[in-house]
Design a protein around this ligand. Structure first.
Ligand SMILES: C[S@@+](CC[C@H](N)C(=O)[O-])C[C@H]1O[C@@H](n2cnc3c(N)ncnc32)[C@H](O)[C@@H]1O
Length: 423
């Protein structure tokens, strides 16, 4: 049953009817099925290029086109055989063939049966493959599209790109920020321990915890919103923005949905008056929902286009945070679909929007106030080059500080910059 759901979800994603995120949000009655559904779907997109490479190695003709449902059945089956240890070969073949009976004709059932029998009779190990170049190795072994592989090699070199690609296919740890409005970090740890959840403090962030063991989503503490799930890197943007800042009262979060950075800043300093904005009603509703859940009354959610300035916003904020829309390549561990959906061309078109947002945001900062610019991507166009260009055209700003978090075992990839507006 769950495999049929996975097949339907894959077909909807491939047809462009739903995004991966949308199909992943599907709720199932059985928790175990839900876990497997999510794991297989996300895993397939994490390793898509590698899986397709192996599937093609079993086909008679090079570049053979497969009937879409049959291709999806093979992707699911190969993923399970290559990346999950608990599912035996006979179960993978049986399930694959049963699915093929539902969506294919007799010939395709035989085809699936033959390929899966051959494939599951051996170990399919990407580590054992040999490549002609490191570029090819990164592309196939770590499922990084050629365009991004070349882009990163050109900008950061082969070693950096290899490291980035290796980390981009890992399953991220689960981090959470304690809702200090409702509970202290120690009390939350003690209380979750009684439910079998093992947590440790996250180094480098206040009130951040890492889950070592247990399902936090099934706990009473989750239902009571005693914490907010967020990667350490995203938490660090809020820390970076408020670090060494004692005089801040009013904050504008320009691109705020779903509210992660505003929530983080508010937990760090509950006295701040924060305006958390985004451009569409749906996005603002999402912010409101999160704020309501966490009881954060000191944060206000507003619909606002960050490119437009109203006169009362000029020089009005002690801190303006622009967590800009970007190519998102620092998030590949949790959103693997990004690497296939975003292109270099998309990235270049976002630069124009980022430049406009940065220019308008800078006008909202009080003299002596701070402007923080952050992205969850690692490309230079969205980051260093954007800032260089901004500083050339805005002589009233100085760069105070910057931090780069590479995508690695500990965090998503983020870059952040703090500027001060001269008095
Ligand atoms: C990186 S996300 C923000 C994540 C958010 N800061 C958080 O921590 O949860 C970028 C956001 O920019 C928003 N955005 C895009 N264009 C915008 C515009 N013209 N004005 C305001 N927000 C915009 C998008 O809707 C998206 O929610």
């Amino acid at each position: 049953m769950v495999r049929e759901e996975i097949l339907q979800a894959l077909l909807r994603v491939e047809a462009g009817e739903n995004t991966l995120e949308e199909v992943l949000n599907r709720k199932m009655k059985n928790k175990q099925d839900q876990g497997l559904y999510r794991e297989i779907l996300k895993g397939i997109y994490r390793h898509l290029i590698t899986i397709d490479y192996f599937i093609h190695s079993f086909l008679k003709k090079k570049n053979q086109k497969l009937h879409l449902p049959i291709q999806m059945i093979l992707r699911m089956s190969f993923y399970q055989w290559m990346y999950l240890d608990k599912i035996p070969a006979h179960a993978i073949v049986y399930e694959g063939v049963e699915l093929a009976k539902k969506v294919g004709h007799r010939g395709s059932v035989g085809f699936v049966n033959a390929i899966l029998r051959k494939a599951t009779a051996q170990k399919l190990d990407p580590e054992a493959l040999h490549f002609n170049s490191l570029e090819e190795e990164i592309h196939i072994k770590y499922s990084l599209p050629v365009e991004w592989t070349r882009y990163f090699i050109k900008n950061y070199g082969e070693d950096w790109t290899l490291d980035f690609a290796k980390n981009s296919v890992k399953i991220p740890d689960l981090h959470l920020r304690v809702n200090t409005n409702k509970i202290s970090s120690q009390d939350l740890k003690n209380s979750l321990k009684k439910e079998g959840i093992n947590l440790v403090d996250l180094k480098g962030v206040c009130q951040g915890l890492e889950v070592l063991e247990g399902n936090i989503f099934e706990t009473e503490e989750f239902k009571q919103d005693l914490f907010y799930v967020q990667d350490k890197a995203a938490m660090m943007v809020a820390e970076f923005a408020l670090e060494k800042e004692e005089m801040i009262e009013r904050v504008l979060d320009v691109c705020g949905a779903p509210g992660g950075k505003s929530i983080g800043m508010s937990f760090l300093n509950p006295d701040l008056e924060i305006f958390c904005c985004d451009v569409t009603k749906e996005k603002v509703d999402k912010i409101k929902e999160n704020l309501h859940r966490l009881d954060l009354n000191q944060v206000k959610a507003l619909k606002r286009d960050g490119r437009n300035l109203s006169p009362r916003e000029r020089d009005a904020f002690d801190l303006v945070l622009l967590d800009a829309p970007c190519s998102g390549l620092g998030l590949l561990r949790r959103k693997p679909e990004i690497k296939y959906n975003r292109t270099l061309k998309d990235m270049k078109s976002l630069v124009k929007l980022q430049r406009q947002l940065l220019d308008t945001s800078s006008q909202c900062v009080k003299p002596g106030g701070k402007l923080v610019y952050s992205t969850c991507t690692l490309s230079k166009e969205d980051n260093e080059m954007m800032l260089e260009d901004f500083l050339i055209h805005h002589k009233d700003f100085d760069l105070l500080d910057q931090k780069v978090l590479n995508l690695n075992e500990e965090t998503d990839g983020f870059k952040m910059f703090k500027l001060v507006k001269k008095c």
